[in-house]
Design a protein around this ligand. Structure first.
Ligand code: PLP
Length: 394
């Protein structure tokens, strides 16, 4: 099927909810993709941070095909090995106590919000259900997580939204204290705001938020849907902030391309969600969990060191381009934002980069966001940097 045929079918039969780039992808290997018309692309997007171990990774393929031959799905009414092993691996790697498996980031965040409200309800009763989130955050597209998202543009059309969220400016303890009150049960945040523009929170701020949460018995909820699973150079980003969340979510990169997400809870929150209070049919699917285990194997501690090195290399190369469009870079590990100068438009440059063979993402006000596969080779990084030079330095 040619790109034009593909696009025509999409427009006729698929709900037009996405502003897609003008590219159809047929296959991939490593961090290199082949389009439906035969063009090749270097991938600095990973399908929005999902393809954490690259395309066609042999260990990932072996894990899911072996599992598919054994057992493709079984309900959570029964025990099965892949999900228990993945839960064990995630807990031992993070110091968290237990996992709940879901299917997407927004859904995992819904569960996180339920956990926080029930923790507080069990201990204090009704009326202590407000969660403070940060301005410029992004937490998902469900009716509740849209409202948890601290950006006005997301609070439209779908009224009534779920009540019980207040917003504070990031990196300001006074702003957070202004939102405090007897009705608060938790603070929820991304440590590097992803959709909001690749904005890492200040280390000291996060330390102080943790202390404030402990002092008030607010749960500290960390949304690691984008920052998690090695993206920032540690298994989870919180490990670089020297805090332990009370509960956190993961999704995007967890299963290297299959739909999977979940919650990790601390010992304190282990018993909050009980039988009958939370569930999902597909949660902990054996094939997704087997993929998750393969991702854990591939993203060894040594590999995560390479993520840090590759991220530093990529940012240095971009800053050394001397591009008139670029004002600087920010981020952590292989979560990189290219900040643009006035007069340059991120979506236009992204379109040009893609036309020249480099897939990138946009974020925030005027940022080009890069989330390459974590296993990308230096050769592929250099090919991508050459395309950045061509487009951003002309
Ligand atoms: C992508 C994202 C979500 C939503 O995840 P979905 O899988 O699209 O529901 C939530 N939080 C953050 C931080 C994200 O980056």
């Amino acid at each position: 099927m040619t790109f034009q045929e593909l696009k025509a079918l999409d427009e006729q039969y698929v709900m037009q909810t996405y502003g897609r780039f003008q590219v159809g992808i047929a296959s991939g290997k490593g961090a290199t993709l082949t389009g439906v018309d035969g063009d090749t692309y270097i991938d600095f997007a990973s399908g929005i941070g999902v393809n954490s171990v690259g395309y066609g990774n042999p260990k990932w393929i072996a894990a899911i095909t072996e599992q598919a031959q054994k057992l493709g799905h079984i309900s959570n009414l029964y025990y099965s090995e892949p999900y228990v092993r993945l839960a064990e691996r995630l807990c031992t790697r993070t110091g968290m106590a237990c996992a709940f498996f879901a299917n997407g980031g927004g859904e995992a965040n819904e569960g996180l919000i339920k956990l926080a409200r029930k923790y507080s309800y069990d201990k204090y009763g009704r009326g202590r259900s407000t969660i403070i989130t940060l301005l410029n955050s992004f937490h998902g597209r469900t009716i509740t997580t849209l409202q948890a998202t601290g950006q006005e543009v997301f609070h439209q059309y779908f009224f009534p939204f779920t009540e019980g969220f207040r917003y504070a400016e990031a990196n300001s303890i006074p702003a957070l204290q202004e939102q405090a009150g007897d009705d608060v049960c938790a603070v929820m945040m991304e440590l590097v705001q992803g959709e909001g523009g690749v904005m890492p929170l200040d280390y000291d701020y996060v330390q102080q938020v943790k202390a404030l949460c402990e002092a008030n018995d607010w749960l500290l909820l960390i949304d690691e849907v984008q920052t998690g699973v090695g993206r920032t150079g540690s298994m989870f980003c919180f490990q670089q902030y020297d805090i332990q969340p009370d509960a956190m979510t993961f999704a995007k990169g967890i299963a290297g391309g299959l739909p999977m997400a979940g919650i990790l809870a601390s010992e304190k929150c282990r018993k909050v969600l009980t039988p009958g209070t939370h569930a999902t049919t597909f949660g902990g699917n054996p094939i997704a969990a087997a993929a998750g285990l393969a991702v854990q194997d591939i993203l060894s501690d040594e590999e995560l060191e390479h993520v840090k090195e590759k991220g530093a290399y990529l940012r240095a190369q971009i800053e050394n381009l001397g591009s008139p469009a670029v004002s600087g870079t920010r981020g952590m590990g292989l979560m990189v934002g290219i900040c643009l100068n006035e007069g340059y438009v991120n979506s236009e440059l992204a379109g040009e980069l893609i036309a020249n063979g480099l897939l990138v993402l946009t974020a925030g006000q005027n940022v080009i966001r890069l989330l390459p596969p974590l296993t990308i080779s230096y050769e592929e990084l250099n090919q991508g940097i050459a395309i950045l030079r061509k487009v951003l330095c002309k």
